[in-house]
Design a protein around this ligand. Structure first.
Ligand code: SF4
Ligand code: SF4
Length: 890
């Protein structure tokens, strides 16, 4: 044990023994649930202290004058020149401070004191990812629409902000109220992928909230009251938590299983009552578990030895299975925040269909989101039209697991195009089935060269596509790529997987053969280089997911390596193909965690302690792998991880197919366990208590069909039900919207480049808005002009038409100014003052348009001459300062 570790351990022991001063206990309790101060805690993670030193339960109390003082600092506005307790200079040194300001268009600032229940939606990724996550935005909007409920937001801070917080011993705060996360009643975290679990721990640690529910517990006779020292209820939601919450069961007080739209207000109402009834923490959670369908409280369940990680209720009354919640998408709730910084999906997103019933056997979303529900086409059109006008975005995306299965798509897309035809807007579709990609869908996309096209054939041969139930023929594949090519796309992205059950070497090589065939058939004889077709392949490693027919299959990283090498060699011989490969180690860890049980909680926690957190999975993979390996070894689970390396059980071997091995299927080193197959399929699984609606027998039957190469049709569109078990009163039914008639296309947008009027504005930039960077300010002004419906002249670039809005100079980040200059060129003459008032209304609080000047149109835009006052000549009341900006001479 290192010296620092033993010192921390001693400190911890003294605290828990009650011999340490109260201040030290408080520091421990706030130190991320471990026995160290925040600085110690950070060092401890890196110095590999034994887990015993960090896993003991600390004292529960956190309320004290010290914490209240911190709250006062953080809750303060910038009246004393600070924001959230940081000075302007400190904010200026942070990269993209606008991430933390909470002043975006659409941000809600509810009164703290009058709220009966206070939530924070803490997204365990940086702002650019979190603020563009549709689920995050929707739940934030829905909760803030409830009477008596307040919802704030928080994101994983950047490295520089984290350092600044640590240097000032500050806890992570919510962006709007600037209050520490520990001051909210409920702290919601989203788990969207398996490795995101370490980010959740990082976020709790930065918030000073103990990491496990045991460490957050109150004494049984204490009322659960965050204002009086209880810790918030930490809950986790999202697709990965719904699929299998066990690997993160130690870290949360409860899990929300399924869609969040209906369950969140119910949780809020339940918490209101629990607070009124002055229940203790455990009883509050019990009421949630028993009164709100879809709430899973891990403390009321346990996993007995010998049951394969399956969990069972240990408190009478707790439901044996937790039913997944199903909510219908409501696009009008999706018109939310408009961030100032450029986010990963910097556009309006409107959901058109939730769920997919295609039945691809590897696809977890396709199993976990049934039934499929189309949104009424009129509602989609209204939401897009209103959303574009309210937000000022110039791009929107129609979202669904498989957009082209929304049969109303061509009509809806054309209708939106017609309605917004005078505005420069682009449509993007994240996912399409290649068999449904035709001229009608191509018509509504942004146009060749604008929107990228990605299709997912998944497998290289018809045989394997049938095994996985992809339901795609070579002819359909060719027709889709041919249509794209004919409509002007010269680069198409294709997504394939290797390692699927039943895959042989012929299937792996089939990927290279298929892409070569596509390129040659579609554009094999073109004369000009620029007419050639390029295919960009994303090749990922199949990882079996819970609740799918392939949930019993074991992958083998050794096989991934071998098959990858085989395919790389084959692809080298094919022209015009680019390939991107996903990391085998990451796939293996996703599989290991994703299908793990509660025994993985200490592994995840330990790997986080050893340095696996945040983006280290992607940027510093070696360190993360070392941390993860170390944690697995400490937990004595190497044997289990080795199964992922060598492959434990290939489900296809159940068939006893003699030729399968000979063709390179299965993988070397595997034991043929065909005789054990049925026994294995019946064994309990760690996620059996999650009731997705799909019967386990149906998954087994579908697996059998896979092994026999039998496909099943999409039940929403074929009307053929294979009785998976979902449809009924509890989960609802498939909803397929009636397809409206295709409207007459009124023509593409043509930029209006007329220059009729040039207006020059003087504006202020102060307060929080002084931390919006120059490019972000330009984007903010463009969006404000669109919201104000000003007839802004557009450049006539054939590729990207831009509004004629320009600013004079780039103001340094954090600098305030009363004399910023901006020009707008309009296509129609308007009263200058009217334009100023309309635009001013759309600007955030720290930006005001103070003057407007109508200029001759012929001046070149963006040209200013700065006139500084003479040296030592200070303005007096008699000689006020003139605007330093004057027009250049002609
Ligand atoms: S089409 Fe297949 S892969 Fe795509 S979402 Fe549906 S089930 Fe999943
Ligand atoms: S119950 Fe039938 S119709 Fe409903 S999702 Fe399952 S297979 Fe489709």
């Amino acid at each position: 044990m290192s010296a620092s570790a033993s010192a921390i351990s001693a400190k911890a022991r003294a605290c828990f023994a009650g011999t340490a001063p109260r201040g030290a206990r408080r520091a421990l309790a706030r130190s991320g649930g471990t026995a160290a101060t925040s600085a110690d805690r950070c060092d401890a993670r890196r110095s590999l202290i034994p887990r015993a030193a960090v896993a003991e339960p600390p004292g529960p109390s956190r309320t004290d004058a010290e914490l209240r003082a911190e709250e006062a600092i953080l809750a303060g506005d910038d009246s004393d020149g600070t924001i959230a307790g940081f000075t302007k200079l400190e904010w200026s040194c942070i990269q993209t401070p606008a991430r933390y300001l909470g002043n975006e268009i659409g941000a809600v600032h509810k009164d703290w004191d009058s709220a009966e229940v206070r939530f924070t939606m803490a997204y365990p990724e940086i702002y650019e990812v979190g603020a563009s996550n549709l689920g995050h935005v929707v739940l934030y909007t829905i909760l803030n629409n409830q009477p008596g409920m307040l919802c704030d937001r928080s994101y994983l801070p950047g490295e520089d902000m984290e350092q600044l917080m640590k240097s000032k011993d500050r806890k992570l705060f919510a962006v709007e109220s600037k209050r520490p996360l520990a001051h909210f009643d409920a702290l919601g975290l989203s788990l969207a992928y398996e490795l995101g679990a370490v980010n959740i721990l990082e976020m709790l640690h930065l918030s000073g909230v103990p990491l496990s529910w045991k460490e957050r517990d109150d004494a049984p006779d204490e009322v659960w009251d965050v204002d009086n020292g209880s810790w918030p209820l930490v809950f986790i939601g999202g697709p990965t938590a719904t699929s299998n919450p066990e690997p993160v069961a130690d870290f949360c007080d409860f899990v929300c299983v399924g869609d969040g739209e209906d369950i969140m207000p119910e949780i809020g109402e339940c918490l209101k009552k629990c607070k009124k009834d002055e229940l203790n923490r455990e009883e509050t959670l019990f009421r949630l578990a028993t009164e709100v369908v879809g709430v899973y409280v891990p403390r009321f369940y346990d996993s007995p030895p010998g049951w394969g990680g399956a969990v069972f209720p240990i408190r009478e009354g707790a439901p044996e299975r937790i039913r997944r919640r199903v909510s219908d998408p409501n696009p009008l709730m999706q018109i939310g925040l408009v961030p100032y910084v450029s986010t990963v999906h910097d556009r309006l997103t409107v959901e058109i269909r939730r769920g997919c019933t295609r039945g691809c056997r590897f696809c977890q979303p396709g199993m976990l989101t049934r039934p499929a529900r189309d949104v009424d086409p009129e509602v989609v059109v209204e939401a897009v039209e209103r959303g574009m006008r309210d937000t000022g975005y110039n791009e929107f995306s129609l979202l669904s697991l498989s957009c082209s299965d929304y049969l109303a798509l061509p009509s809806v897309g054309l209708e939106i195009k017609n309605r917004l035809k005078d505005e420069n807007v682009t449509l993007s579709l994240p996912s399409q089935r290649i068999d449904r990609f035709d001229d009608s869908v191509a018509n509504i996309l942004g146009g060749a060269g604008k929107a990228g096209l990605t299709f997912a054939p998944e497998a290289g041969t018809q045989r394997l596509r049938d095994i996985v139930n992809k339901g795609l023929t070579n002819d359909e594949l060719l027709h889709g790529v041919q249509t794209a090519y004919d409509r002007g796309w010269r680069n198409v992205k294709l997504y394939f997987m290797i390692g699927l059950p039943g895959e042989t070497d012929a299937d792996v090589l089939g990927i290279a053969e298929t892409v070569e065939w596509l390129i040659k058939t579609v554009a094999g004889n073109v004369a000009r280089k620029r007419d050639e077709l390029t295919l960009t392949l994303t090749l990922s490693n199949f990882t079996p997911k819970p609740h799918t027919p392939f949930q019993w299959h074991s992958v083998s990283t050794d096989e991934f390596e071998r098959r990858g090498t085989l395919l790389k060699a084959a692809l080298k011989k094919v022209r015009n193909v680019k390939s991107n490969w996903t990391s085998i180690r990451i796939s293996a860890m996703e599989d290991f965690i994703g299908r793990g049980d509660r025994a993985l909680c200490p592994v995840i926690r330990r790997s986080w302690e050893l340095g696996a957190h945040k983006d280290t999975w992607w940027d510093g993979q070696d360190a993360s792998f070392r941390a993860f390996d170390g944690a697995i070894a400490e937990a004595g689970l190497d044997w289990k991880y080795r199964q992922v390396v060598s492959g434990e059980w290939d489900v296809l071997e159940k068939l006893g197919d003699k030729d399968y091995r000979a063709q390179g299927g299965g993988g070397k080193g595997r034991v043929d366990r065909g005789a054990l197959a049925d026994e294995r399929l019946d064994a309990p699984l760690p996620w059996d208590h999650i009731d997705t609606g799909i019967a386990k027998w149906w998954l087994k039957a579908d697996l059998q069909k896979a092994l026999e190469g039998i496909t099943v049709p999409d039940c929403s569109h074929s009307g053929i039900c294979t009785e998976c078990g979902v449809c009924g009163d509890e989960f609802g039914e498939n909803v397929v919207a009636e397809v409206p008639p295709l409207p007459v296309f009124e023509g593409h947008y043509t930029p209006d480049g007329r220059r009729t009027q040039r207006l020059r504005f003087r504006f202020t930039k102060d307060g929080k808005e002084s931390f919006i960077g120059h490019l972000d300010t330009l984007r903010l002004l463009e969006r404000a002009a669109r919201r104000a419906a000003l007839p802004v002249s557009m450049t006539r670039s054939p590729y990207s038409s831009r509004p004629r809005i320009s600013t004079a100079m780039a103001l340094p980040l954090g600098a305030s100014s009363e004399a910023e200059m901006m020009e707008i060129v309009l296509t129609e003459k308007m009263k200058a003052e009217e334009v100023r008032a309309k635009l001013d209304e759309q600007l955030p609080a720290g930006m005001r348009l103070t003057e407007v000047e109508d200029l001759p149109v012929k001046y070149l835009n963006g040209r200013y001459m700065v006139r500084f006052p003479p040296f030592f000549s200070r303005p007096t009341p008699e000689t006020p300062p003139a605007s330093p900006f004057v027009l250049p001479r002609e």
